[in-house]
Design a protein around this ligand. Structure first.
Ligand code: SF4
Ligand code: SF4
Length: 412
């Protein structure tokens, strides 16, 4: 890790109020400033990597709210992620990590096959039975958490059924390479279908290569940088062979990682790849007038939750709000701390359930205070977390991906 990045912290504390774990604990060790200080002391050889110390660091969600607040450009979340990668470098992956990160995620076919039992579990009514009887209480807690987060799955993963090359309608605007995230394809396929519909309706040809692989974000989260680089190389080579104006994704987590491929791989092709990556909201916002002409009234009160990967990692806040406001008949209301993490953070809500629930509860309170009927967001992790939280505590309020809401207005 670059020592200079650690000593840039001048300990001003401006990051403290933005950090979700500090807000819940008021512990310096659970703050961005404290985490940077701990990593610095380890590098300076004044602290050993004790279990307790690693536990403090692992409580970080990598939400990067601290980076937005820091006047010195310190990104504590990213530094903790780098620290984890360095610590794990050279270690053999655990059996479960090896299965998920190496045997499943780089192979979309296998990943899709692995989801078939989950789909049967839902279709055969077993999920309802298991939930009614509370059977999962007899199993390890993380299993119950994972099951609780599982929404209704689509009949088929979108990657299996989507047309690989979709022509644009009306005036031609260019060609988009669509990066279809694993979770979007497997779980939120309606949202990605809506994204493609919107892009083609605006005149873009949309090419979705079916051999693309996971963006590598789960590898980075687990400290598997070698796996991340392998995924990045494959995607750069696949999309690099196409003549594209943009590479678009509707998954905030994927977008944040794809934009870093140039940094991870450091060659011309990966830098060119990253320079073309856009969140779907960025491309749709280029065509507000044309989009507005396609939208029909929707009578809803909506609020917007900023995904950390979109607001803090990519700096995108205005575009999604502008797009929601285009919908005639829709009342838009801001929630307090819209860019505060919801507690999802990859698998954080499974690995650190107590802290994740505290963070989620704050978010639910902010949503409740708006009186909105629907929470709109742009990242599948947030959708999973909010869906579960709202179903348990505020069932009147629904969640929608930004493009689902826009497509709903377009098709109204
Ligand atoms: S990380 Fe940045 S904002 Fe936080 S204490 Fe250090 S310099 Fe200040
Ligand atoms: S990334 Fe988020 S949780 Fe981690 S130190 Fe920064 S604000 Fe806190």
């Amino acid at each position: 890790m670059d020592y200079v990045k650690l000593i840039n912290c001048m300990r001003c504390g401006m990051c403290l109020p933005t950090c979700p774990t500090y807000r819940e604990t008021f512990l310096e060790t659970a703050s961005p400033r404290g985490r940077v200080a701990l990593m610095r002391k380890i590098q300076e050889g004044e602290l050993d990597q004790s279990e307790q110390l690693l536990e403090y660091l692992s409580l970080c969600l990598d939400c990067q709210a601290c980076a937005t607040a820091c006047p010195c450009g310190v990104n504590a979340g990213e530094l903790v992620a780098e620290f984890t990668c360095e610590r794990k470098a050279g270690n053999r992956l655990g059996m479960m990590e090896d299965l998920v990160l190496r045997k499943l995620l780089p192979h979309p076919d296998r990943l899709e096959t692995a989801m078939v039992p989950m789909r049967l579990y839902q279709r055969l009514g077993l999920q309802k039975l298991v939930r009614t009887l509370g059977v999962l209480k007899m199993f390890p807690k993380p299993l119950g958490r994972m099951e609780g987060l599982l929404p209704d799955l689509p009949d088929q993963p979108l990657r299996r059924v989507i047309q690989e090359d979709m022509p644009g309608r009306g005036e031609a605007r260019g060609t988009i390479g669509f990066f279809l995230g694993c979770v979007m394809s497997l779980i939120f396929s309606e949202a990605s279908r809506a994204s493609m519909d919107l892009l083609t309706a605006l005149g873009y040809r949309v090419v979705t290569p079916k051999n693309q692989v996971c963006c590598g974000a789960p590898h980075m989260l687990s400290g598997d940088k070698a796996g991340l680089k392998e995924a990045a190389r494959k995607n750069v080579d696949i999309f690099g062979g196409l003549d594209l104006d943009f590479i678009v994704t509707d998954c905030g987590g994927c977008g944040a990682e794809l934009k870093k491929y140039g940094l991870h791989l450091g060659d011309d092709s990966s830098i060119a790849f990253s320079s073309k990556v856009r969140d779907i909201s960025q491309v749709l916002a280029l065509h507000k007038d044309e989009l507005k002409a396609l939208l029909k009234p929707v009578s809803l009160k909506a609020t917007f939750h900023d995904s950390c990967h979109i607001a803090h990692s990519q700096g995108i806040r205005r575009e999604p709000r502008d797009l929601v406001r285009l919908i005639p008949g829709l009342e838009f209301v801001e929630m307090e701390n819209a860019d505060a993490c919801c507690g999802s953070a990859g698998t954080y809500n499974i690995g650190k359930p107590e802290m994740a629930d505290l963070i989620l509860n704050r978010k639910l309170e902010a949503i409740r205070a708006t009186g909105a009927d629907v929470v709109v967001t742009g990242n599948p992790g947030c959708l999973l977390q909010l869906k579960k939280g709202l179903a348990d505590h505020l069932p009147r309020v629904k969640t929608l991906h930004l493009t689902e809401l826009l497509a709903r207005s377009m098709d109204a």
